[in-house]
Design a protein around this ligand. Sequence first.
Ligand code: SAM
Length: 286
Amino acid sequence: MNYRHAYHAGNFADVVKHVVLSRLVEYLKQKDKAFRVIDTHAGIGRYDLSSTEAQKTGEWQGGIGRLIDAPLDAKAAALLAPYLDVVRSLNPEGGPNPKVKKYPGSPLIARQLMRKQDRLSAVELHRDDAAKLKVLFAGDFQTRVIELDGWLALGAHLPPKENRGLVLIDPPFEEQGEFGRLVDGLQKAHKRWPGGIYALWYPVKDRKAVIAFRKALKQSGIPKLLDIDFEIKPPSAEPSLDGSGMVVVNPPFTLEDELRIVLPALHRLLVVEKPADWRMEWLAGE
Ligand code: SAM
């Protein structure tokens, strides 16, 4: 439990993950019926980009720092607006470049986009982080912060009583075997709630592990798996975060077309070194 997301908040991988999250929540809002978002590895919900941790890596400058003021074509701008509006709402003072001093984590993004009938379960195992999250959502009856192992939440908290919604699984990948836990966790969760939308985040760092992960998902028998691969650098000689990926299970029918507009726009802004590209592929269809 050494991983601290404060070092990485707002980096390119957060941007891509949070944009996908925002599109999923926006889709769920198209029907009046209530939904639930379950965030199994929630973090602290809000990050100060002037903190020692964020300043030490400066990673956010290559992510939200590049996006916040960038010119975008109209279609990409419209699709990114819900996400960027949440970021801007945390930074009302505006000011000189960069305009972003606070960055929202996944539970805060989901919560800000939800309506009054929707609910959020934010699960975090690290005691200090869970405590911060409880302070952030204190008095918010739509949000439940749970100090718990996120992998256990995939059993105990599924299916949610709304029987509609999204599970974000965003583990820290600080320990060996995280890809395996992700596949096992998804299989367990999907058995309990086959109709839920699941969004799984993974690093593109150890490419052999990524290939094995995709193969395991293909062999899992779980249908409707859309894989998003967003690489900002060519494969490095030493292990480094060359890119990030997301697998979305039961994606809304709108998601693929939306991401074909948004991902190239993000890639143009966030790429560090070419050749590097983004890609989307169905690991399993219907
Ligand atoms: N989802 C967050 C976001 O996008 O803003 C970032 C989450 S960060 C990548 C991973 C988080 O998982 C860390 O806050 C870490 O403390 C927490 N964590 C580590 N192991 C966990 C576990 N077994 N269950 C729940 N949370 C865990």
